[in-house]
Design a protein around this ligand. Structure first.
Ligand code: SF4
Length: 443
């Protein structure tokens, strides 16, 4: 079997299989470049089943490039809420504005122009050009590299840039003339349904007869992939501050800074339980020092609150970091009250520890701006758009500046949950609070 014959076998059999077995997905029902683009951005790091309802709602609310470009950012983030990697949503909207300004609202068909859109990398550019415009461009992601590594028995590390270049050349050669749209989707479909990471279904695979990896018994050891650094664990203390007096029935939330991780999204106030120590997992803090530290931290941000007790534990996983959260229910206190001594001491000890840590490990993130989201995606940056106007323009809501750098705080009720964008973990915690899940928490 020569290489040419092996390539031909792959292309022909894969296409035939796809035309019979392809899934009916909402973005496949129209050849609409905007739909293709939105679906490809949503599918990054996210499963098809998860994406479908988000895609339908997003397209329902922003049916055109123009509608997306003109929407308030908060509304776009609200439609993305729960999908994670929120820079994708911000970049998508920024790119929609680029398309309006530079291309009159029409998706460009030129490779360089597509590649120049914010948040569009080589894979997404290839996917848009091939699926929407049937251009013979490869679209190579991790799934495609896995399939090609196995079928052609390629031992190169797929984490290397040189391997990606090799794979793109190979994938480009495999595209049958005039069939880029179907072929690239067929390749993605094979990786998603048949040549899966842990248990490839070789016996039902349309290209198994000439798969070198299977023949060599290497299907489970390919692709070669150097391990990514494990995510850094962080123990964090979270406050659900219950309002009193004028704030009764509301909880305190703060808006994250305009740049960095989860930029401009709303969250419950939280603080590192201990400055991170490289390679060492911080365990949970005992409740007493944790509550003292939390009270001290809230005080430092300009709020007096008394922690009542542990409400729950939670975990949130990013690609480079894992938050283990101890969540405490707190009660708003009169601002004229003195900070309890124990909280002041805890805060002072924490600040001293953090300062010492900073001098020895300046790369560690500091509170509250924390981690740069570039660490997650590697390719996103920020537009520097103004903060959301929703809160500031509504005098019925308490909008406050804290003592932190430019931080904005609000007291919110259940009715605000639909208007503001929260990372999934905080959405769950605040919704649980309003549903009464932590009503019994006390010291
Ligand atoms: S035969 Fe097995 S290893 Fe080869 S492409 Fe098919 S599923 Fe993957």
């Amino acid at each position: 079997m020569g290489l040419l014959e092996q390539k031909r076998h792959f292309s022909v059999n894969l296409l035939d299989w796809y035309m019979v077995n392809r899934r009916d997905l909402p973005w496949r029902r129209h050849n609409n470049p905007y739909f293709t683009w939105v679906s490809e951005i949503m599918l990054q790091q996210t499963r098809v089943d998860t994406v479908i309802p988000y895609f339908n709602r997003f397209i329902g609310n922003f049916p055109t490039v123009q509608a997306l470009a003109e929407a308030p950012e908060e509304e776009v983030l609200k439609n993305w809420e729960g999908l994670g990697y929120y820079s994708r949503a911000r970049n998508l909207q920024a790119a929609a504005r680029q398309v309006m300004e530079l291309h009159g609202g029409e998706m460009p068909q030129d490779k360089q122009a597509v590649f120049a859109l914010k948040g569009v990398g080589p894979y997404t550019a290839g996917a848009i050009l091939s699926i929407a415009f049937n251009q013979p461009q490869p679209a190579v992601d991790g799934n495609v590299m896995r399939v090609l590594s196995r079928y052609f028995l390629i031992d190169e590390d797929i984490m290397k840039g040189s391997t990606r270049v090799l794979m793109e050349e190979l994938a480009g050669e495999l595209i049958p003339e005039g069939r880029a749209r179907d072929f690239n989707q067929a390749l993605m479909e094979l990786g998603a349904l048949v040549c899966t990471p842990k248990a490839p279904h070789c016996l039902t695979c349309p290209v198994m007869e000439q798969c070198s990896g299977r023949i060599a018994g290497r299907e489970l050891t390919l692709p070669v992939k150097t391990k990514a650094k494990p995510p850094r664990p962080e123990q964090r203390l979270v406050a659900i501050v219950e309002g009193r007096g004028a704030h009764r029935g509301r909880v305190l939330v703060r808006q994250r800074p305009a740049t960095g991780l989860l930029a401009r999204m709303w969250e419950l106030p939280h603080v590192l339980a201990a400055p991170a120590t490289a390679g060492k997992k911080a365990g949970p803090l005992a409740d007493e020092p944790a509550m003292a530290l939390l009270a001290g931290s809230l005080w430092a941000e300009g709020f007096a609150a008394r922690p009542e007790g542990l409400a729950t534990h939670a975990e949130h996983v990013f690609s480079h970091i894992v938050w283990s959260l101890q969540v405490y229910k707190c009660t708003e206190q009169d601002q004229s009250n003195e900070l309890p001594l124990i909280a002041a001491e805890a805060r002072a000890a924490y600040d001293a520890q953090a300062a010492a840590k900073e001098t020895t490990a300046p790369a560690q993130a500091s509170e509250p701006s924390m981690i740069d989201e570039a660490n997650i995606s590697g390719s996103f940056d920020e537009q520097g758009e103004p903060l959301s106007a929703i809160a500031a323009s509504d005098p019925a809501h308490d909008v406050m500046s804290g003592k932190g750098d430019g931080q904005i705080y609000r007291w919110i009720g259940p009715e605000d949950m639909d208007k503001m964008a929260f990372p999934n973990i905080f959405l769950k915690l605040i919704s649980s609070y309003f549903a009464g899940a932590y009503d019994d928490v006390s010291e």
